[in-house]
Ligand binder design. Sequence first.
Ligand SMILES: *[C@@H]1O[C@H](CO)[C@@H](O)[C@H](O)[C@H]1NC(C)=O
Ligand SMILES: *[C@@H]1O[C@H](CO)[C@@H](O)[C@H](O)[C@H]1NC(C)=O
Ligand SMILES: *[C@@H]1O[C@H](CO)[C@@H](O)[C@H](O)[C@H]1NC(C)=O
Length: 440
Amino acid sequence: MATLYRKTNGQGVQVEDTRVVVVMVGLPARGKSLIAQKVVRYLRWLSIKAKAFNVGSYRRQDTPQPTADFFDTSNKDGERMRHAAAEAAVKDMLKWFKTDGGAVAILDATNSTKARRRWVRERCADNGIETLYVESKCDSEETIMANIMEVKTTSPDYEGQDPEAAALDFLNRIRNYEKVYETIDEDEKDLTYVKLIDVGKQVIINQIQDYLQSRVVYYLMNLHIRPRSIWLSRHGESEFNLSGKIGGDANISERGQLYARALPDLVASSVGDDRRLTIWTSTLKRTIQTARFLAASPKGYDKLEWKALDELDSGVCDGLTYQEIADQYPEDFKARDDDKYNYRYRGGESYRDVVIRLEPIIMELERSENIIIVTHQAVLRCIYAYYMNVPQEQSPWMEVPLHTLIKLTPRAYSTEEQRFDANIPAVSTFRSKGSTAKHQ
Ligand SMILES: *[C@@H]1O[C@H](CO)[C@@H](O)[C@H](O)[C@H]1NC(C)=O
Ligand SMILES: *[C@@H]1O[C@H](CO)[C@@H](O)[C@H](O)[C@H]1NC(C)=O
Ligand SMILES: *[C@@H]1O[C@H](CO)[C@@H](O)[C@H](O)[C@H]1NC(C)=O
């Protein structure tokens, strides 16, 4: 069975053997696929094995571009094929739990009747798997239309078709689903469910049973779809970076100061309008000093310092150069190269540890709007990996240059990235696998 977190010495993180299917419920264009994809990304970032099974993509194998009448419940052929698609998705999903040790599957489907919910629950219960229903209910025409225009007209179902005609066809498809759609109701009180009404304006929670389910529900409660961006920057070059030492609590260098002075303009040009940002830094001097002029700008940005944003703790290696680490702790140096994500510095932290302590930061980011985070290389890699879905083997090796501002804008199916270079020279603090070079 799947383990939720690898239990790490003395870390006290919970270990569980539960397996859950998150069953999406709701009419088309209610953001179900978006929610499904975000939940998967979040769980994978936490090392929980998760996968989405989209019934639509199974149906598409037989019927690539159906018109709305395919979804009419009186269309027997359509109904038979949709049922076959749901069967195939559930079958693959159960197989995935068994053979791949999956922990959380998201069943992303549309036909959401009481009978169908019972059917999914029985299939799962027979296999010792829990079900958590997530209904996205939304009656605001505006939100629905925005969703249709943004997502559906770019869906593979409508590839190469006129967007107006596609939107109209899609509206008709929704009408067909509306005829049979049954919202989760009083007489289903024995089910475990969460109902998100009008994208989180109201949330109804019923019968949540364990830690894993409550994690997912808590995450869902924090999501919003208001447009926003997140800016990420490392601190300006520090005096330690000049000498190639890691860790510590050094001041920023002269060139780091130049970056701190350049930051307000760099931020203003990448924001482009008069949105107010909130600045988050770590509690270490180099990030606070880097954000100093930005915090003092006439825009009146608020500022928060987070302990959770402090750099990865390098334990006994704090204050050493990579060469010194290679000389004094050769096995450690090699072990870190072999598995940088899991390697924990003696008396310090691993990337895995950093992700666990960043989880509240991610929750808070999901709840917030426009935030600029000035932090450290390892921490920034972890936050970036969450937004950009970077696998764990890669994230600790990503190059994040100094004196560069990264802007991330979450979109329906991906996160858009822009980089703004301040054109202020700095030493490169990037170390590739196997090297001890302090400057490259
Ligand atoms: C959709 O729901 C209707 C009403 O319960 C049912 O008759 C039909 O078989 C369902 N279709 C699928 C594909 O499950
Ligand atoms: C840059 O210096 C800071 C200390 O000021 C250190 O924590 C960080 O690890 C350094 N970056 C690299 C990759 O050497
Ligand atoms: C850091 O800067 C402060 C004030 O600018 C100074 O008092 C302090 O001595 C500096 N620390 C180091 C280690 O250079």
